[in-house]
Design a protein around this ligand. Structure first.
Ligand SMILES: Nc1ncnc2c1ncn2[C@@H]1O[C@H](COP(=O)(O)OP(=O)(O)OP(=O)(O)O)[C@@H](O)[C@H]1O
Ligand SMILES: [Mg+2]
Length: 236
């Protein structure tokens, strides 16, 4: 069977002597949305860092579009079409919104104006606030800056670690709508979400991680319908 577009395959590794990931697999197909959920400390962020090359693996590997990229640095992965919005410190607070977007395009040598325009089209509030320091924006707006910055490299894969953390339910719904819109343009979305139920509703594929291992893997719909998953991870 052919590989998914992006796969972190049976990843084992951690930050020091002790492994955090134990044969953990996450993957996403072209233009689809894959969602990783699980309890705090399950290794969701660690799995994302491993896929992005911020963690040396002791076992397993990462493949993008059929190519083994396990040994590549994060920057080399960006050049291959990957973009990552980490869970924390994902904007430059003292820089303006537009400067944040320009920073996102640091690897590009071509004209970035059209891409900035696309980001403003996706997130109209950012056009209004483009001269304002990103740190002065609301939580939801800052997340839009972070996603917009990641889109500036015109990635084929967008990785998001808890994009709706700390925002209201209405802002969360709006962000999910924008993420669906991005996926419809053919960009693959691999994201971690604390709002598990809502995220699985928009997920083509869902991964429940527990203690660095895959506990359940299925379509978002199937996971939402699974009584065991509901009781243990979705609050009934
Ligand atoms: N930089 C680090 N150095 C050492 N250990 C770390 C580091 N980052 C995370 N860990 C440990 O790895 C484990 C998994 O953490 P991780 O951040 O991947 O969990 P998570 O599923 O993303 O949790 P959360 O839902 O709270 O974001 C935890 O035990 C954590 O303490
Ligand atoms: Mg995390």
């Amino acid at each position: 069977m052919a590989d998914p577009f992006l796969i972190g395959d049976e990843m084992t590794g951690g930050y020091g002597a002790a492994d955090i990931l134990h044969g953990c697999t996450v993957a996403v197909e072209k233009g689809e949305i894959a969602v990783i959920v699980g309890p705090n400390g399950a290794g969701k962020s660690t799995a994302m860092k491993a896929v992005f090359g911020m963690l040396a693996l002791r076992g397993g590997g990462v493949r993008l579009n059929g190519e083994d990229i396990t040994a590549l640095t994060p920057q080399a992965r960006v050049a291959k079409g990957m973009a990552f919005v980490p869970q924390t410190n994902n904007i430059f607070a003292s820089m303006t919104v537009e400067e944040n977007l320009e920073m996102g395009a640091f690897l590009r040598r071509d004209d970035i104006a059209a891409t900035i325009e696309e980001v403003y089209h996706l997130f109209p509030i950012l056009r209004e606030k483009r001269r304002q320091a990103a740190g002065e924006l609301s939580g939801g707006q800052r997340q839009q800056v972070a996603v917009g910055r990641a889109l500036m490299t015109r990635p084929s894969v967008l990785m998001l670690d808890e994009p709706t953390a700390g925002v209201s339910p209405i802002v969360m719904d709006e962000l999910f709508d924008r993420i669906i819109e991005v996926a419809r343009t053919g960009i693959s979305i691999l994201m971690v979400e604390q709002n598990a139920r809502q995220a699985l509703e928009i997920a083509d594929k869902g991964y429940v991680l527990v203690q660095g291992r895959n506990a359940y893997t299925d379509t978002g719909k199937a996971l939402l319908a699974d009584p065991e998953v509901r009781r243990t991870f979705l609050g009934g």
